[in-house]
Design a binder for this molecule. Structure first.
Ligand SMILES: Cc1cc2nc3c(=O)[nH]c(=O)nc-3n(C[C@H](O)[C@H](O)[C@H](O)COP(=O)(O)OP(=O)(O)OC[C@H]3O[C@@H](n4cnc5c(N)ncnc54)[C@H](O)[C@@H]3O)c2cc1C
Length: 529
């Protein structure tokens, strides 16, 4: 699926890259109709009809509804009459795993454990300490697996898991894409401009919407019968109890992570995500277009950490907005393609859905199709050229990673944004752009700026590591943008942003007060989880 690349580590360079044609479905097994462009096969093995369970290995889409991967697993369970086992993992070996992310995910695990206490599927949460652990574990009881369904998420660590499990198990493994409205396989073109991607999804919107995941496919499964099998015993031995992990902080402290990335006070899971969505739609949607850029007005949804963890889907969000707007499909049929008023909804809803579908999903398009989504060389040619031409320009300030991490620059607005990131795990979107632009301005080269942005964003942000981490960071350096004039020191033709202009334009007085680094240090002494 990905374009060729010299990256030897990348799964697409392996012989066993997931593919679109699977081993034929066994005779007599009737699976529900399913969008073919959402499935890839991680090996060429048959399903094992004498197995005991259909296994859904949940790694990215951490929700029990509106989830194509879950729908597919339910369909296999129905068709074979075998119970569904949902194994949800958190991978300690992923590059940006931390107490902050894990704590957020754990709360979601706790919710799912409660929801599935009495069925209709078995559920166990588990930790993966090293690459391939879960594949090895399952291979010990592979005879009990009918087939494995897992999540198809386009970033490298997830792709590595998909490849490893396919290689390890002599049974059918399907990777299912539930990333968003637009299937990852919908186009083989990398969109380099938002306007083209907007036009593309709008053109196919009816088709994408018609093939949406089910709000609650689990309801189709029969009640669970108690089961004891060697697979269940094996998984129970290694499963974690989210309740205990959440209440015994020494367990989190014992993990081999730096303590600066402490858990934050944001509830994780699908219920909190739905609550946040409902409040946003009720109180903020109408004025989203006017309020979203002002830090003091807190006019955005705050949904990105929930989307990143897969606690909620774009389709569910869309329908919540559509209901509030009394929307029906015929309202968008006459509107010209490529514009933001596509749906025929209010200005707030139009702007919000444009962020959700155009800006969020263009990042998935890039990550799914380019092996180099996180490499400097993936920038447009004009951006590489102009940044290189200005790489040796004199900088007014240069800061080390440690200066930046500690919000110790001369600029109070930047320091506040960095403090928000470190203490809450989020940054207001407008200030996030300014935050990145200043890192470019204050580091010794664009490559160093890129490395620092990735490090700080992915380490501290609850909505990272996500395709949008890279689209946001690379936007700072020119991806999805065009050359701007006048040419400036350090930036060259890359778009410039100034703190002074932001201060004049935006309401941020109480934001600056709330996130003054000193206040934050008093609240959260560094290193204390
Ligand atoms: C340097 C930099 C780094 C970024 N890193 C991340 C990241 O790690 N993870 C992440 O999800 N987003 C990232 N973004 C994009 C953006 O900052 C966040 O998606 C947005 O601030 C999330 O806030 P919200 O949920 O309140 O958004 P809302 O304004 O409520 O928008 C709704 C949803 O639309 C999507 N969205 C909104 N703005 C953008 C945008 N500019 N680009 C892409 N999608 C968008 C998000 O999924 C968001 O949750 C980054 C942007 C920059 C400039």
């Amino acid at each position: 699926m990905k374009n060729a690349c010299p990256d030897a580590e990348h799964p697409s360079n392996s012989q066993s890259q997931p593919h679109r044609v699977g081993f034929p479905t066994p005779a007599g097994i009737k699976l529900r109709a399913f969008p073919a462009d959402r499935i890839r096969y991680s090996n060429h093995q048959a399903a094992n009809l004498s197995g005991t369970f259909v296994l859904y290995w949940m790694t990215a889409f951490r929700r029990l509804g509106w989830n194509f991967a879950l729908d597919r697993a339910v369909s296999w369970a129905e068709a074979t009459g075998k119970p569904l086992f949902i194994l949800e993992s958190y991978s300690l070996w992923f590059p940006w795993s931390s107490n902050r992310h894990f704590y957020f995910v754990l709360q979601g695990m706790q919710g799912k454990a409660k929801d599935l206490q009495t069925g209709p599927a078995f559920y166990l949460p588990i930790l993966e300490h090293s690459p391939g652990d879960i594949a090895k574990l399952l291979s010990r009881e592979v005879g009990q697996l009918v087939c494995v369904i897992t999540d198809d998420y386009p970033l490298r660590p997830w792709q590595r898991q998909i490849r490893q499990i396919g290689e390890s198990l002599p049974v059918r493994v399907e990777a299912v894409d539930s990333c968003g409205l637009v299937p990852l396989a919908a186009s083989s073109r990398i969109f380099t401009r938002a306007v083209d991607f907007r036009r593309f999804w709008q053109k196919h919107f009816r088709k994408f919407l018609a093939a949406e995941p089910e709000p609650d496919s689990l309801r189709r499964l029969p009640p669970l019968q108690p089961a004891s099998s060697s697979l269940v015993e094996l998984l129970r031995q290694v499963a974690i109890d989210p309740e205990r992990w959440l209440t015994q902080s020494e367990k989190l402290r014992a993990l081999p992570w730096e303590r600066k990335v402490f858990p934050v006070d944001l509830p994780g899971g699908t219920s909190p995500a739905r609550k946040r969505l409902a409040q946003f739609v009720l109180n903020k949607l109408e004025e989203y277009d006017r309020r979203r850029n002002h830090p003091d007005l807190e006019g955005t949804s705050g949904l990105s950490p929930y989307l990143k963890c897969g606690f909620i889907s774009t389709q569910e969000i869309f329908w919540e907005v559509a209901r509030a707007e009394n929307w029906s499909l015929d309202r968008c049929l006459q509107n010209p393609l490529g514009k933001k008023n596509f749906f025929g909804m209010g200005a707030g809803a139009e702007e919000f859905l444009d962020q959700l579908f155009t800006w969020r999903e263009i990042g998935f398009n890039f990550a799914a199709l380019s092996d180099r989504y996180d490499q400097f060389e993936s920038l447009p040619g004009w951006a590489i050229q102009t940044l290189k031409e200005h790489a040796r320009d004199k900088r007014s300030y240069t800061y080390t990673l440690s200066d930046l991490e500690q919000a110790a620059t001369h600029d109070p607005v930047w320091n506040a944004a960095q403090t928000e990131l470190v203490t809450t795990g989020t940054i207001h979107n407008y200030l996030r752009m300014l935050w990145g632009k200043k890192i470019l301005e204050w580091t010794s080269s664009p490559e160093e700026a890129l490395a620092f942005m990735i490090e700080l964003n992915n380490r501290f942000a609850l909505d990272a590591e996500d395709p949008n981490s890279y689209s946001g960071i690379f936007w700072i350096l020119g991806r999805y943008d065009r050359p701007w004039g006048p040419e400036r020191p350090v930036f060259g033709k890359v778009r410039f942003m100034s703190t002074e202009a932001a201060r004049q334009k935006l309401k941020m007085k109480s934001y600056l007060d709330r996130f003054s680094p000193q206040r934050a240090r008093d609240l959260h002494p560094m290193g204390d989880p």
